[in-house]
Design a protein around this ligand. Sequence first.
Ligand code: PMP
Length: 304
Amino acid sequence: MADRDGLIWLDGEMRPWREAKIHVLTHTLHYGMGVFEGVRAYETAQGAAIFRLREHTDRLFNSAHILGMTIPYDRATLNQAQCDAVRENGLSSGYIRPMCFYGSEGMGLRADNLKVHVMVAAWSWGAYLGEDNMRRGIRVRVSSFTRHHVNVTMCRAKANGNYMNSMMALQEALRDGYDEALLLDTAGYVMEGSGENIFIVRDGVLYTPDLTSALDGITRRTVMTLAAEIGLPVIEKRITRDEVYIADEAFFTGTAAEVTPIREVDGRAIGCGTRGPITERLQSLYFDQVHGRRGEHPEWLTLV
Ligand code: PMP
């Protein structure tokens, strides 16, 4: 990824992609104390538009606040930087990665003399879990790794270091021949995927875990709004892994994963073992929404 044409916004200015570099003593590289976002831009009839940009930027600022990190730019500047990164890289759609990280002024853990840097990159990125899987669904295993405890890492923060847990879980799942991991919380209840929130469907009702140690996903919120708009009840509650096994349908949500059906968990078919009708309906509503084909929520799209 490092060797390509294009531009990356770094500390207030656009730099050539290959020159957007940092020192090996960058503090965040050593300890993982940084915050980031994953945002998508979609093609709409009016041109490329970023989906729920304000909400993503708000979450970035909240993540920084939780970690005690002061971002040296305001929200408007970072919103503009994200639009510029899409536009100036000539993207009609793509993935946007803003990140705030500490510099290389010192290596101590007190981190009280460090500069906060901000970068925004954007590139083209298709279906995160595979194009075919958007139709037929993915195979998931319950992870042997537990999702963070709320008082060990800060689960409301989208913090760099938190993702070691996600990567351990995902790599284990991939090694075992699955597509994605499902992490349980420290009490053993279903929490989320390595980079997605989870929903199950039973008897026409949508269920999703309470946000305890799961990330407050913007796609999760979007899907809950869409479900309400088509009269589908949504209940947030504690969910056990065997409730997932006997669900009629299950799916993951995430900016990268969008709405990805789950066809199998731990070798058990979920419902009919393929994308279910409610999942399909919500997936198609989601794509209509992000591409600006619905009249509702025009404020969720920011033209670049
Ligand atoms: N949980 C985790 C751990 C994630 O990394 C993500 C992706 N940001 C999500 C859930 C989904 O969040 P969103 O819908 O805001 O992308």
